[in-house]
Design a protein around this ligand. Structure first.
Ligand SMILES: [Zn+2]
Length: 339
């Protein structure tokens, strides 16, 4: 006799979970996290990817890698050794810092590379070891503010802090996984999922032909709010498009949602654009950058000529980490085209 409830659809397979600490400021934790998880590591700038150069390019076709390392352990059979030996692609990773879970991500691949780890993070201030056990991550999803670690960690490891790398099985993770799901309709309209639709522990890699901010289809309250702020007028050209007599616009994600871009669905990452400007933005025909006088402007990617100012209404704070990401991606595209 089956123990599954036959009236329910296919049982949902949750991933296993890997718990890691971000590290305190004293050991450079916030700096490392900003560099290799929030900003991402530009592959083109790496001097020593060594044997993993090809692997990284394949994992991150857009040229920015999300990496996190762990120092080796001298013991065998302890929790960390076990986690290092068993973690694998598809596992969820939770980042712990100062009483909170601050981010989650999905493992794409694991590999050891001492030179690469030294180049990115230097040496561990306490032990002098390198973070050579590297996890290549995707679907990075930050919690801001962080989530109270107790309800999530205590059922998993019996403590509210992460002291060493640990892995728990999918069955164990199932007890707390729901605490990491975001509300689809956050009342503040600020936080909604940034994960792709890969779900269920699968890792979906997409092959890109153009920069698409809307590869993951999602018409959320967040983008509706941005469109409303501009009454559907394009932030680039000022036009309002009409479907018969209904004004229409597109809430365009600056840093695309979904792999490999993994941008957030947040107003700071969304522009209100008309259909034409949206297509040109996705195709990298133009990008957004800050001018020396401090305003955000529209630049032609090929000629770098300034087309005009980006219209920004009060209350729409655009995060320049995302415009920089899109600009870098576009300039890379232009360079590849020329090569
Ligand atoms: Zn337009």
């Amino acid at each position: 006799m089956s123990t599954f409830n036959t009236s329910s659809p296919v049982p949902i397979a949750l991933p296993a979970v890997v718990l890691t600490g971000r590290g305190t400021a004293a050991v450079g934790g916030p700096k490392n996290f900003a560099k290799s998880i929030q900003e991402g590591v530009r592959l083109a700038t790496l001097r020593k990817p060594g044997k993993d150069a090809g692997r990284l390019t394949k994992l991150y076709p857009a040229g920015t890698a999300y990496l996190w390392g762990a120092t080796p352990t001298d013991q065998t059979g302890n929790r960390k050794a076990l986690a290092l030996a068993t973690r694998s692609a598809g596992d969820r990773v939770l980042f712990y810092a100062e009483g909170e879970i601050i981010a989650q991500a999905t493992i794409l691949d694991c590999f050891d590379n001492e030179d690469l780890a030294t180049e990115i993070w230097g040496l561990d201030a306490k032990t002098g070891k390198t973070w050579k056990h590297i996890m290549a991550l995707t679907n990075v999803d930050e919690f801001d503010p962080g989530l109270d670690s107790g309800p999530i960690l205590i059922p998993l490891i019996g403590r509210r802090d992460v002291r060493t790398l640990e892995r728990r099985t999918a069955v164990e993770f199932a007890r707390v996984a729901h605490l990491l799901e975001r509300e689809a309709d956050d009342p503040a309209g600020l936080l909604v999922p940034t994960r792709t639709d890969a779900g269920h522990g699968e890792v979906v890699q997409t092959v890109r032909t153009a920069y698409s901010g809307t590869r993951v289809k999602r018409d959320t309250k967040v983008s509706a709010r941005v469109k409303e702020m501009y009454s559907n007028a394009c932030q680039v050209c000022g036009d309002v498009m009409y479907a018969l007599d209904v004004p229409r616009s597109i809430g365009a994600h600056i840093r695309g949602l979904g792999a490999p871009h993994n941008g957030p669905d947040h107003i700071s990452n969304i522009l209100c654009l008309c259909g034409k400007c949206h297509a040109e933005f996705d195709w990298c025909t133009f990008h957004i950058a800050r001018t020396p006088t401090g305003s955000l402007a529209v630049f032609d990617t090929l000629t770098r000529a300034r087309r005009g100012d980006l219209r920004v209404v009060e209350g729409h704070a655009i995060d320049e980490r995302y415009t920089r990401y899109h600009r870098d991606w576009c300039l890379d595209e232009a360079a590849r085209r020329k090569a």
